[in-house]
Design a protein around this ligand. Structure first.
Ligand SMILES: Cc1cc2nc3c(=O)[nH]c(=O)nc-3n(C[C@H](O)[C@H](O)[C@H](O)COP(=O)(O)O)c2cc1C
Length: 325
């Protein structure tokens, strides 16, 4: 389920990231590759859900041969189960239950990280999904809601529900993205549970990845923002295990960005597409000291189309070796 590669590199997953990590990003990332699986950002399952139509945005073959797990977020057990069944019909290889989203709109409806307030309810929701489908079901969770007082109970409740593994982003809902991810809690989860644990949170470099593996002994790694800043990170981690150093080529970065621009929905306005590209470039320019110096210039530029913006950014990217941390 979470196999290592022939060189001992753990299973690598691209994290779900609503908004910035949309289909355009995932497709561009798939063109670079290096990861084993991606997880789609959450599909909300509201109280009065028309699961058939809601499930249609999920495309199992979006990334070609790279599996794309579907993630569902809600608190109504029957609708969650029905949504999971729809997603199976659409070819989902795995269903992940979101127990981490910190957004107040979501938690106000008892979903996402709200499930962490009540381990027995988390159990009910996860179990309803497990029982509804025959494909693997997993849970992605934070370490708690306000604090970590129910951390162990939540882990055990998830395990008891029959999920295949747990992905842990070791921050509470209240933490948001503020304090550093507590990798020691991934180690605690690993020591407590019989099912595998996927470690996630603040993996920005190969060194970070090795450190998480060393501290936690987790079974796989999930990377989100680190892959936006450095889309080659998965390859660099994999290369490390093969005893090599992966040196990214600027041409690959440019074709990644070109594909991103091409994939942006043609029905979005040019202004929105420029905004999206700025957001992505903002992350990439953060990843290199040389590029950081001109980041503001790129973000402040007033270009009308994403193609123009990419042309404007290209000389900066070419004059930089894309030497990533
Ligand atoms: C913009 C953004 C959107 C996110 N959307 C989701 C989501 O849809 N589902 C989910 O489980 N986690 C979501 N997350 C959390 C990430 O998957 C991940 O757990 C978190 O960012 C920590 O990992 P990282 O430090 O590698 O980014 C999101 C994170 C960000 C920054």
């Amino acid at each position: 389920m979470l196999p290592k590669d022939p060189n001992g590199c753990p299973y690598l997953q691209l994290a779900p990231m609503e908004g910035v990590g949309d289909a355009c990003f995932r497709k561009a990332m798939a063109s670079i590759g290096g990861f084993d699986e991606a997880v789609r950002d959450f599909l909300r399952v509201p109280m009065h859900a028309h699961v058939e139509s809601l499930s249609r945005v999920y495309q199992a073959d979006e990334l070609g041969s790279i599996p794309l797990a579907a993630q569902i977020m809600g608190s109504h057990t029957e609708h969650m189960a029905a949504m999971a069944q729809q997603l199976v019909k659409r070819g989902a290889p795995r269903i992940d239950v979101n127990c981490g989203c910190p957004s107040n709109t979501v938690t106000g409806k008892g979903a996402g990280s709200s499930l962490l307030k009540d381990p027995s309810f988390l159990y009910e929701v996860a179990k309803a999904v497990v029982q509804a489908v025959s494909i693997p079901v997993t849970v992605k969770m934070r370490s708690g809601y306000e604090d970590i007082s129910l951390f162990k109970e939540n882990l055990l409740a998830a395990q008891e529900s029959g999920v295949r593994y747990i992905t842990l982003h070791p921050r509470t809902k209240v933490d948001g993205y503020g304090p550093p991810a507590r990798w020691d809690l991934i180690a605690e989860a690993k020591a407590l549970l019989k099912i595998p644990v996927v470690g996630n949170g603040d993996i920005l470099t190969v060194q970070n990845a090795l450190e998480v593996l060393r501290i936690t002994r987790c079974d796989a790694l999930m990377i989100g923002r680190g892959s936006i800043i450095n889309p080659f990170l998965f390859h660099q981690i994999r290369a490390h295990f093969a005893g090599r150093t992966f040196v990214p080529r600027v041409e690959d970065l440019l074709s990644y960005l070109g594909l991103y621009v091409k994939s942006m929905a043609s029905d979005a306005t040019a202004k929105i597409r420029v905004g999206k590209l700025k957001q992505l470039l903002g992350f990439i320019f953060k990843g290199s000291e040389q590029l950081l110096a001109v980041r503001q210039q790129i973000l402040a530029s007033a270009l009308g189309t994403p193609e123009e913006l990419l042309d404007f950014a290209t000389p900066y990217l070419l004059s930089n070796s894309v030497q990533r941390k």
